[in-house]
Design a protein around this ligand. Structure first.
Ligand SMILES: [Zn+2]
Length: 433
């Protein structure tokens, strides 16, 4: 990927004066059960990066005694972390950044008592974002996506999964995926892209949803695969969106065309998961409603349950995903923002961690692992991302707090002050052009 930053004149970057380094190193991935609490804390630490990778990470005293570091100090740029907390760059494994406008009408309707399904039935919801995306130029969409990515970066995220899904026509879905690709080219972080043509049935197919499913399977998926515009195919398996049978067809078509799969399922109503699990999805997302009979299959498989409490918060739900039930049963879980204009307009994984602690009874350690190492597993890039270990990508987030638990504690207060992506310090401004 072409990056716009000039090559750094220092080949190495050394982060010093780290009060707490949260490495998330070691262990079997994805993390399950009590392993989710192992965050690999090192106090008074330093991290050396070079060639875009982590070279070493450990106690600062040890690092300064290293003969190589002593000899090469002049080639090393130093970044003083001022006693703060350093995390692996956060991984946001579920976002919908390709939209043109905020959905303020839906927001106000909900305040006066309308439900998600009532708003959708009245022409609001996902469908109300479609007209604006179809009308928008590819360039303006790419700018919106980049704006979203920069918001994520300012809150500590360096890797993001980005979905299409507000186009719902061949042309507008391709345009959306191209906007993701263009924004990814201009953004320093890493992007995994997902085709979500099966977000809802578009208005012109309202009377014949199976014809739209056929179009997704026979036209859109093959074209996206041919153009190499997506890593994954996703589907919204839910009452009012796509049935389980339709969802399985779509995931089957994805696999036949060499694309990986993931699915939105169980946000409002439960669906049995074995049919979806047969397509080996990297993740099943939302999972507010999970049947007891599916827990064992989830606990023994590698599909990650991605929980999205930002949507519960913004929809004003009293209930949140039952993280404790899943974690205690050994199901690998991750957390994500679900950044989107209708149900979760936040770029902040630290806020999502806070919700996970206060409303889902996850510990701060579990929340950290769910936004780093397990989120990397949900995107099948855990060999490069999600922990601070020699050989992994040098993506790091620096917070001006003394204790890692403060990241979830100071809710809606962004304490992320510095970002390092690919071994280079990033300007945290909105203008990366
Ligand atoms: Zn979503």
């Amino acid at each position: 990927m072409v990056k716009k930053y000039a090559p750094n004149r220092f080949p190495y970057l050394l982060l010093t004066n780290i009060g707490q380094l949260i490495t998330l190193r070691g262990g079997v991935t994805p993390r399950r059960g009590s392993a989710l609490k192992e965050i690999g804390l090192i106090e008074d630490a330093a991290v050396l990066c070079g060639g875009g990778k982590i070279i070493s990470a450990g106690p600062e005293r040890g690092l300064f005694l290293d003969p190589w570091v002593k000899k090469n100090r002049r080639r090393v740029q130093e970044l003083d972390c001022k006693g703060g907390v350093v995390l692996p760059g956060l991984v946001d494994c579920h976002t919908h950044p390709v939209f043109a406008e905020p959905r303020l009408v839906d927001f106000e309707k909900r305040i006066t008592g309308a439900t998600y399904e009532q708003i959708a039935a009245a022409g609001g919801g996902i469908r109300s974002s479609v007209a604006a995306v179809r009308k928008a130029s590819g360039k303006s969409l790419a700018e919106k996506v980049l704006d979203g990515f920069n918001g994520l970066l300012r809150h500590g995220t360096t890797t993001v999964e980005a979905k299409s899904g507000y186009g719902l026509s061949t042309e507008a879905e391709i345009k959306s995926l191209e906007a993701i690709r263009e924004a990814a080219r201009l953004w320093p972080g890493t992007v995994r892209s997902t085709l979500l043509a099966a977000h809802v049935v578009p208005p012109e197919f309202a009377a014949k949803p199976d014809d739209y499913v056929a179009k997704v399977c026979d036209e859109i998926i093959p074209l996206v695969a041919r153009k190499k515009l997506a890593d994954y195919v996703d589907v919204f398996c839910e009452r009012g969106a796509f049935t389980l049978e339709q969802s399985e067809k779509i995931l089957g078509a994805a696999r036949r065309h060499g694309l990986q799969t993931r699915a939105h399922v169980g946000q409002f109503t439960p669906s049995r998961l074995n049919g979806l699990l047969a397509h080996k999805p990297a993740s099943l997302d939302h999972m507010d409603c999970v049947a007891a009979e599916d827990i064992a299959a989830l606990a023994t498989g590698d599909t990650v349950a991605v929980l999205l409490p930002g949507a519960n918060y913004f929809l004003g739900h009293r209930e949140f995903p039952d993280a404790r039930r899943l974690i205690d049963a050994g199901v690998p879980i991750a957390l994500a923002t679900d950044y989107n204009p209708g149900t979760s307009p936040t770029p902040s994984l630290p806020f999502i961690m806070s919700l996970a602690c206060t409303h889902m009874k996850m510990s701060p350690e579990e929340a950290l692992a769910a936004c780093t190492v397990n989120a990397a597993c949900a995107l099948q890039i855990e060999k490069q991302k999600g922990s601070i270990q020699p050989g992994k990508d040098a993506d790091l987030a620096i917070f001006d707090v003394k204790d890692y638990r403060e990241i979830a504690y100071w809710f809606a207060w962004n304490r992320c002050v510095e970002m390092v992506v690919g071994g280079e310090k990033q300007p945290l401004t909105s203008d990366l052009q």
